[in-house]
Write a protein that binds this ligand. Structure first.
Ligand SMILES: CC(C)(COP(=O)(O)OP(=O)(O)OC[C@H]1O[C@@H](n2cnc3c(N)ncnc32)[C@H](O)[C@@H]1OP(=O)(O)O)[C@@H](O)C(=O)NCCC(=O)NCCS
Length: 336
């Protein structure tokens, strides 16, 4: 057993107050509540208003996570921020958040693993704690998708799927408890599939001189491009395979796990994963109905809601799996 064990000491989450139902999107996007619900399971999502930024959402989630962990911000010694929708291209959101929270001095870095961001971040936090480098790490997943979507009928296949929100966890060190804490991870990436789900601009690969040009904007290259079917098929396959492998590493089976938190991209993806692995539906905590896909925020947001609903309790064995742009995918197993 490692000399130090990492565990989730506190969780917080936040979504902006404005909720938009599928009906609210019908006119603007030439879509329908029936299409969205049948194909994705989404009923509503939260979108920010005004000049709210991704770190503004994160601040609220962090405050709740610190309170839940019964720690002060001065106790935190590292920030890991997972997002694909940062306040600015650089510096990373870890730095902006740190300034807003007045937590200057501690290391802060961003990771860009899209929908798998939280699982990658959890694995990194776990590794830092196991080697004794940090004691209380703030891991954040936060997104504002609404400002980056093509909200015209042309963009409806992507725009209806995404919501804004933030989740945060405090990952802390403790003396190892047998069979406890964060136990195992499984991380993957396949850059050959990058263009199945990607954001072309701004970027250095498109123009000899500029990262952003008027032509790029006219061509709508600032909006995400997605091959929905490829993403769907791969998500089902890779999430199932990865979770199976992570459980096997720890000598556990599906039946040993008390609650599953999957990335929330499409309710049908999660239903299929559950079907393939033989997971009883009541053991999968889905939130896509209320939030849509909130990318890196999804898993901590779900855990916070499950905790509040009494579905997640201390001592439970928790399985997680996610899949997203990159492609990136992975899974984690932990004793909450
Ligand atoms: C996006 C997704 C819901 C689309 O479902 P689908 O069954 O593959 O649907 P298609 O893209 O084939 O489109 C079917 C029809 O619906 C239409 N359509 C697409 N978006 C629509 C919308 N929001 N409202 C109404 N109609 C829509 C299409 O134009 C198409 O019409 P056509 O048959 O006349 O050409 C599904 O592929 C999916 O969820 N994929 C995974 C996406 C994902 O997980 N993304 C995030 C990764 S982390």
């Amino acid at each position: 057993m490692a000399a130090t064990q990492a565990y989730i000491k506190g969780i917080g989450a936040y979504v902006p107050p404005r909720a938009l139902t599928n009906f609210d999107l019908e006119e603007q996007l030439d879509t329908s509540d029936e299409w969205i619900q049948q194909r994705t399971g989404i009923v509503k999502r939260h979108w920010v208003e005004g000049d709210t930024s991704t770190t503004d959402l994160a601040v609220e989630a962090v405050k709740e996570a610190l309170e839940d962990a019964e720690l002060k911000k001065e106790d935190i010694d590292c920030i890991i921020f997972a997002t694909l929708s940062p306040d600015h291209d650089f510096p990373g959101n870890g730095c902006w958040l740190q300034a807003k929270m007045d937590m200057g001095g501690i290391p802060a870095f961003d990771i860009r693993q899209q929908c798998t961001g939280f699982i990658y971040g959890l694995s990194m936090a776990d590794a830092f704690i196991r080697i004794g480098q940090y004691k209380n790490i703030l891991l954040i997943g936060a997104e504002i998708h609404s400002k980056g979507l093509d909200r015209t009928p042309e963009g409806r296949n992507v725009a209806v799927l995404f919501g804004d929100g933030a989740g945060a966890c405090v990952i802390s060190a403790r003396e190892p408890v047998e069979g406890g804490g964060i136990m195992a991870h499984d991380l993957f990436a396949d850059g050959n599939s990058a263009k199945e789900l990607w954001l072309p601009a701004p970027g250095t690969a498109l123009d000899p001189e500029h990262r952003i040009t008027k032509k790029m904007l006219d061509d709508k290259l600032q909006y995400p491009v997605m091959n929905g079917r490829q993403v769907f098929m791969n998500a089902v396959k890779k999430m199932s395979e990865s979770l199976t492998m992570t459980l096997k590493k720890q000598g556990k089976t599906i039946d040993d796990v008390d609650m599953f938190f999957f990335h929330q991209a499409n309710l049908r993806i999660n239903d299929k994963v559950g079907e393939i692995l033989g997971i009883p539906p009541e053991k999968v905590f889905n939130t896509i109905q209320d939030y849509g896909n909130t990318t890196a925020a999804t898993i901590p947001l779900g855990m916070r809601d499950a905790l509040k609903a009494g579905k997640l309790e201390r001592g439970m064995l928790v399985g997680m799996a996610a899949f997203g742009s990159g492609f990136t995918w992975g899974s984690s197993l932990l004793r909450f």
